[in-house]
Design a protein around this ligand. Structure first.
Ligand SMILES: C[S@@+](CC[C@H](N)C(=O)[O-])C[C@H]1O[C@@H](n2cnc3c(N)ncnc32)[C@H](O)[C@@H]1O
Ligand SMILES: Nc1nc2[nH]cc(C(=O)O)c2c(=O)[nH]1
Ligand code: SF4
Ligand SMILES: [Mg+2]
Length: 195
């Protein structure tokens, strides 16, 4: 049977800049396309090329890290389960960055990070290892609290200041001091000037 193919923006080797694995070398596989349309989105997710899962694995294996981060765009808009399975079979650690709006079976995923936007499937929040909430001046703080109930031993909640702006960092720090189970995620790759 032919390996499934995927629409991609880019594959690159860098350090995870955000969340629980910050500072860890990883290969980023950026799938193209996203229907969410966040006003603050910092990412180009246009389709640049198509690759089969076998071709993706061959490219990822050129780099020394065993961690592959599937991101986008919104990766769940494509048949991500087929890709996860192939990457796991190839002996890789699979991390996923998703907005959680489209449910998929994340069993076997080594780190599932859900960054909720206007709609998130509660089952994706339950499956997440990390919930990473972007906080800006427009964020409705009382609405944020609905995610706080998901904090548990196996699930960390990070606040990520929108675009590393100082007023957003200040707001995150205030919220974390008030709710000490929360953590701060700065986009460290932007300070380091790496992809
Ligand atoms: C580009 S998104 C791709 C994955 C998925 N669509 C999502 O939103 O989680 C990767 C991460 O960047 C975050 N992000 C995007 N724009 C941002 C910004 N301006 N400031 C802080 N974080 C941002 C998202 O919330 C998400 O956690
Ligand atoms: N260095 C680096 N770390 C990241 N973590 C999540 C990213 C993403 O765009 O999904 C990202 C990214 O774009 N670059
Ligand atoms: S869901 Fe993710 S990729 Fe899509 S627009 Fe929002 S931040 Fe960008
Ligand atoms: Mg990014």
């Amino acid at each position: 049977m032919q390996a499934p193919s995927f629409k991609l923006t880019e594959i690159f080797y860098s350090l995870q800049g955000e969340g629980m694995y910050t500072g860890t070398a990883a290969v980023f596989v950026r799938l193209s396309g996203c229907l969410m349309g966040c006003s603050f989105c910092d990412t180009d997710f246009k389709e640049n090329f198509v690759m089969t899962s076998e071709e993706i694995i061959k490219e990822v294996k050129k780099y020394p890290s065993k961690i592959v981060i599937i991101t986008g765009g919104e990766p769940a808009e494509q048949d991500i389960c087929a890709l996860i399975k192939s990457l796991k079979q190839a002996g890789l650690k699979v991390h996923i960055e998703t907005n959680g709006s489209i449910y998929f079976d994340a069993q076997g995923v080594d780190n599932l990070t859900v960054s909720p936007k206007t709609y998130v499937d509660p089952n994706m929040l339950k499956s997440a290892h990390v919930i990473k909430i972007v906080v800006g001046q427009d964020t409705d703080i009382s609405d944020l609290k609905k995610y706080f109930n998901y904090a548990s031993e196996g699930r960390l909640i990070y606040l990520q200041p929108e675009s590393n702006k100082q007023e957003n960092i200040d707001l995150c720090v205030k919220l974390i001091k008030e709710n000490p189970f929360l953590r701060l995620s700065l986009q460290t790759h932007k300070f380091a000037k790496i992809p």
